[in-house]
Design a protein around this ligand. Structure first.
Ligand SMILES: N[C@@H](CCC(=O)N[C@@H](CS)C(=O)NCC(=O)O)C(=O)O
Length: 242
């Protein structure tokens, strides 16, 4: 199998899945990980587009089949390698709707909030006010929904860690980065800590990243991202202190 990916929230989902399957005792085939440099536009090459017509990471290549969309890849691996990460009986319906919920809601709202917060310095601040407010408000509403789930049980769908947790975690862990104050819903940061403490998650987050930069980038990496257009080094221009 091959995984074409990058160190981003949608990429982390699949890395974490591979490592959690290993933790679950599955003997995984060798996984060749190919790092795609998004800043250089490698996702737009013909070679990449034949594997993912949507031109975004991650892509899983399994023999003749390539699978796009991070959540579809989680389901593909979950079905191919049965484990508690995705029940294959009726109980799958406790899990699958939350994976769709992530794909349709958490990813887009956190992603858009991040983009307006960090990547659009050249846009008139007045024009950013509405989208910033809209995406922040909806992201917080989603976090209240997540908190309600986590009041009922340890993990998103029940007592087992599943692909729902895997799909939601990478966006939520970056709340300081997107400036979405999840601390208003204490169950959520506590869950973030629980997920982060899992050895499979730690290994998944470390694909292509030096170990000491899993949780915090080095000054050099920040400078590199800043060169590519992101406001990273300081919070001077940002409204909140989270
Ligand atoms: N819905 C897609 C989103 C994938 C996505 O947005 N990937 C980003 C990185 S997190 C990407 O490839 N961005 C490059 C670009 O938009 O050109 C998924 O879940 O796989």
């Amino acid at each position: 199998m091959e995984l074409w990916t990058a160190a981003t929230p949608n990429g982390w989902k699949v890395n974490i899945m591979v490592e959690e399957l290993i933790e679950a005792g599955i003997k995984m085939p060798e996984m060749k990980v190919r790092s795609i440099d998004l800043s250089k536009g490698e996702q737009f090459t013909n070679e990449f587009t034949t594997k993912n017509p949507n031109q975004k990471i991650p892509v899983l290549i399994d023999g003749e089949r390539s699978v796009m969309e991070s959540c579809a890849i989680l389901q593909y691996l979950g079905e191919k390698y049965p484990s508690p990460l995705l029940p294959l009986d009726e109980a799958r319906w406790d899990v699958i709707p939350w994976v769709y919920w992530q794909a349709a809601n958490v990813g887009p709202n956190f992603g858009n909030k991040l983009s307006y917060t960090r990547y659009m310095d050249d846009v008139d601040p007045l024009k950013k006010e509405h989208p910033l407010e809209r995406f922040n408000k909806e992201a917080l509403r989603l976090m209240s929904v997540l908190a309600n789930q986590l009041k009922k049980h340890e993990w998103v769908c029940g007592d087992n860690f599943t692909i729902a947790d895997i799909s939601i975690y990478p966006w939520v862990r970056g709340y300081k980065w997107s400036k979405i104050d999840i601390t208003q819903y204490p169950e959520v940061p506590k869950w973030v800590e629980r997920v982060r403490a899992r050895p499979g998650v730690e290994r998944g987050l470390s694909y292509g990243v030096p170990k000491d930069e899993i949780d915090k980038w080095s000054a050099e990496r920040k400078a590199q991202y800043r060169k590519n257009g992101a406001t990273i080094a300081s919070n001077e221009n940002l409204n909140t202190e989270i």
